[in-house]
Design a protein. Sequence first.
Length: 502
Amino acid sequence: MFKLKILTGEKRIQYKPLSVAVKFLFEDKKLESTLNNTEKIFNIKLSELQKKNFLGKNDVLTSSRYDGKPDEVILYKVNKEKDFSPDYFRSKIAGLISQINKSEVRNLHIFIPSFKNFSEYFSSEEYFYRTFVEGIYYGNYYFSIKKEKDDVKELTVFLYADNDELIEQAISMTSVIMKGVNKTKDLQNAPSNELFPEELANRIKKMFDNEKVDVKVFDEAALEKRKMGGLLAVGNGSEHKPRMIIIDYNKDAGKGKKKIKSIAVVGKGVTFDSGGISIKPSQGMSEMKGDMSGAAVVAGLLYVISNLNLPIHVTGIIPAAENMPSGSSMRPGDILTTASGKTIEVDNTDAEGRIILSDGLDYACKLNPDLIIDLATLTGACVVALGSHVAGVFTKDEELAQSLFKIGMQTSEKVWPMPMWDEYHQLNKSEVADVKNLGGRWGGAISAAKFLENFVNPKIKWAHIDIAGPAGPHEFNNYNKKYFTGFGVRLLFEYLYSGGLK
Ligand code: BES
Ligand code: MN
Ligand code: ZN
């Protein structure tokens, strides 16, 4: 990990010692002459072999110093027809930063190509620039609780772009966004022996010293008073007791005459999911430390929104519990009464997310916001359906589904709309309670979403996002291979920033 400094590149470039320059060349008819030109610009001498390879199959070329500075030049060959997407620069730059992580480089000069070549792929020039900055932060992320700490070196990154003002804005804004993303990832990657509901609440409190943010935590007594029987039941098997965490941003502005829009964001906060009495198989169970990813995204999102001062009222709602087997656990067959008054028949204690969300969504509805979005690592079935890098979005509001899909393509936090037909309700029917927490194997992600719908006021616009896949590490880009990913923070920030609530 580097201690990063990201700056706008000066017109007159000064290469200090230990510098690397990075440039992108288009794979077109002019590639050979561009390459010869590049040799002159950087005062480097490429070998015949290097040139031949780059003009042929290789799409990266590293050349060391010939006479002058920088010490090293890295050229990437971009083929827009072949492998380009809005994630291209984010992923390339992230890969580069993690690659040079152990090297002695101290100055990195990145030459951003002209936006006009890419305008069809990005919503704006500023967003195009932001993907480079995102890549830098992503490539630099690191999590460990080792005794031996790696020494942290400084890296200054200079970004050269056509538009100075926009790149400067992109750097400052993206730095806040990625700080939020990294905070989300730190919460997700923390092990469950350190991070249990009470500790999650403490860490979230510490994230906010902003006057406009108010963090409230309901302990067991408060949960009982509020009759949050779903959250209490799921948390009851653990020594670490459940909490409900409420993060309120811009609450007072919401009350004024000039009415601003309000959104409630609900995040599943299961700090460890053993399955409870319906215990999970041991293989891969350690991944369930990340079953509070929805909660972590809510906290990171509120961090970003409050630090960038968005003119909306946002309430983050986090039901947090540890799902454990013990003598005090809820059992299959139990019937729970939730805060809404509705009863749940517990058929499988491993379908615990939907139970705690029933109390979270009920709390959200009682605030009567303009929009509710919940995020949850809810079902393995959603990962079976869409793969590990895409989230399912469940909503009856087609416009909302479309906007989230579109923003997902920009941010490369991709979501895919799933059906919400009412016929699926029959899967959750119970003889003895209002609803059963298990819908069966087929369409498991959908029956889970339909279960949640029982606890949402139909008059309020609502989307459920199942992030069971993309919350965790996967191989689909250069920046999500190792750790829990923070998926959802950039997606929802971008949705709200680009006026999604209007
Ligand atoms: N937390 C899991 C879902 C999950 C699975 C998240 C894989 C991330 C990766 C959830 O609580 C769960 O256990 N779901 C069950 C539901 C089943 C019992 C109906 C599942 O998906 O198997
Ligand atoms: Mn579970
Ligand atoms: Zn779970």
